[in-house]
Design a protein around this ligand. Structure first.
Ligand code: GDP
Ligand code: MG
Length: 462
């Protein structure tokens, strides 16, 4: 009876791991199989997320009789183009209920894997370790889309032995990092021991197991958290400027219902802003995410899902911060309290920025989220890279940012540059940069950003 009383929402899942471990491929593999098999019970692409309905999970995973899936589906947060988003120190992580940490079975734990694990421990987020690329074990016989246990039974003695020792190596490394782990089907103490699911994102072995484990472990360990409530819980993912739509924000609706016309309070670089939702959008099903201007309009949307919100005053919204809904019944005091909370949120953000490691002479760094900014600065400060950072900011690049960066023109000319990650450059800023000689370097990964900057240094020295 309790089962029926509870209305559970979709668990929200983030995919983390070292670069090249197979995060993108894993998500692709889940989606493509769906496309190949037709759209029945189909996966839908959402704003910043992929929605995997329970029907699809059942069809793929074919759970044994007696296993009950209680959640309506799974919402997987995409990590579009942001290599460091997946490496998130970002507040983005706080919106996720369960994480997948992808490990390349041939490489074991790597730097970003260890960082991701530390972060998850810190935020107390449950996770599943995916031991990916099993098809690279030498002599692996492909068993497309098979459950991993079956696929392993099909392998030769040599492959099984190589698998065992590589698994043991990763289990030991995880132990050294303070985590008890076990192959998920041998894990009888899943409240204390973390699961390992071996997969191939190329041929699909283990993917059914992963989908099933994500929902089963979520519903077994976080019923309270996953219970649908009527209070909106919502986090800003990105701020966009669209020719047709105007300024809008991509959010993840974690709980509650959003309505067109709702008054919301958003945290911006210029303080809390109260505005009205003009439009609630999701992409049309069957359409590619990048097809423009083809959104479905909604009167209301229910958690959990990825949503695009169109409203005035969102230009300086800060990704990673919460969005609050002001109820018509709210008296002024209450809405002020909410604004206050968002005001504090922004204050904290600015304080955190001021703590980032910068020095007097160095480049200017600008990024879309605090987590990414922090990751870039840490990377620039690391011994192998050694690019000093003189200043930083969040959000679109404006003239005042270029002015700050231009201070280096007189001190150390090659540092008169803005390293920009996933932010817009405002026209006045662009004009002032070309006029004054400040170089604006943009890239879609942190590594490319550093490479382009180094090229700029080389060229300016020639
Ligand atoms: P990400 O950086 O973690 O997103 O990694 P990608 O998904 O971009 O994968 C990095 C590389 O590894 C690509 O060339 C993929 O084709 C390859 N790759 C990913 N998963 C697998 C796998 O399961 N098996 C094999 N053989 N290659 C894989
Ligand atoms: Mg990727």
């Amino acid at each position: 009876a309790i089962e029926c009383d509870r209305m559970l929402r979709e668990p929200i899942c983030c995919i983390l791991g070292h670069v090249d471990a197979g995060k993108t491929k894993l998500l692709d593999c889940i989606r493509h199989t769906n496309v190949q098999k037709g759209e029945a019970g189909g996966i839908t692409q959402q704003i910043g997320a992929t929605y995997i309905p329970v029907e699809y999970i059942k069809e793929r995973a074919k759970p044994r009789e007696g296993i009950v899936i209680k959640v309506p589906g799974l919402l997987v947060i995409d990590t579009p183009g942001h290599e460091s988003f997946s490496n998130m120190r970002s507040r983005g992580l706080s919106l996720c209920d369960i994480a997948v940490v992808v490990v390349d079975i041939m490489h074991g734990l790597e730097k970003q894997t260890v960082e991701s694990l530390a972060l998850l421990k810190d935020r107390n987020v449950r996770f599943i370790v995916v031991l990916n690329k099993v098809d690279r074990l030498s002599g692996w016989k492909h068993c497309p889309d098979a459950p991993i246990k079956k696929a392993l039974e099909n392998q030769s003695g040599d492959v099984k032995r190589e698998f065992e020792w590589r698994l043991t190596k990763v289990v030991t490394q995880l132990m050294e990092n303070g985590f008890n782990t076990a192959l998920y089907y041998d894990n009888h103490k899943f409240r204390k021991v973390f699961d390992i699911v071996p997969t191939s994102a190329i041929s699909g072995e283990g993917i059914p197991d992963l989908l099933l484990m994500l929902v089963l472990r979520s519903q077994a360990t976080m019923v309270e958290k996953l219970t649908f409530v009527n209070t909106v819980e919502c986090t800003v993912l990105e701020v966009n400027d669209d020719k047709d739509l105007g300024t809008n924000i991509d959010v993840v609706l974690i709980n509650g219902v959003l309505h067109k016309g709702d008054q919301v309070n958003v945290c911006t670089k210029q303080g809390p802003v109260t505005t009205t939702i003009r439009d609630l959008l999701t992409p049309h099903p069957l359409k590619e995410l990048r097809v423009k201007g083809i959104y479905k309009h909604h009167k209301e949307l229910k958690a959990a899902q990825g949503v695009k919100i169109v409203a005035w005053g969102l230009k300086y919204a800060i990704p990673g911060t919460p969005l609050f809904v002001l109820k018509p019944g709210d008296d002024l005091g209450q809405s002020e309290a909410k604004s206050q909370r968002n005001g504090n949120e922004e204050g904290n953000m600015m304080q955190e920025i001021s703590r980032l490691k910068t020095c007097k002479e160095g480049v200017y760094v600008q990024a879309s989220t605090f987590g990414i900014l922090e990751a870039i600065i840490e990377h620039l400060n690391s011994p192998g890279v050694n690019v000093p950072v003189g200043g930083c900011n969040l959000g679109p690049i404006e003239k005042k940012d270029v002015m700050k960066a231009s201070a280096m023109l007189k001190r150390k000319e090659e540092y008169a540059a803005i390293l920009a990650f996933n932010v817009r450059v405002m026209p006045e800023a662009h004009a002032f940069a070309s006029e004054s000689g400040v170089k604006i370097v943009t890239a879609d990964t942190v590594y490319k950003l550093v490479d382009s900057f180094n090229e700029h240094i080389k060229r300016s020295k020639e």
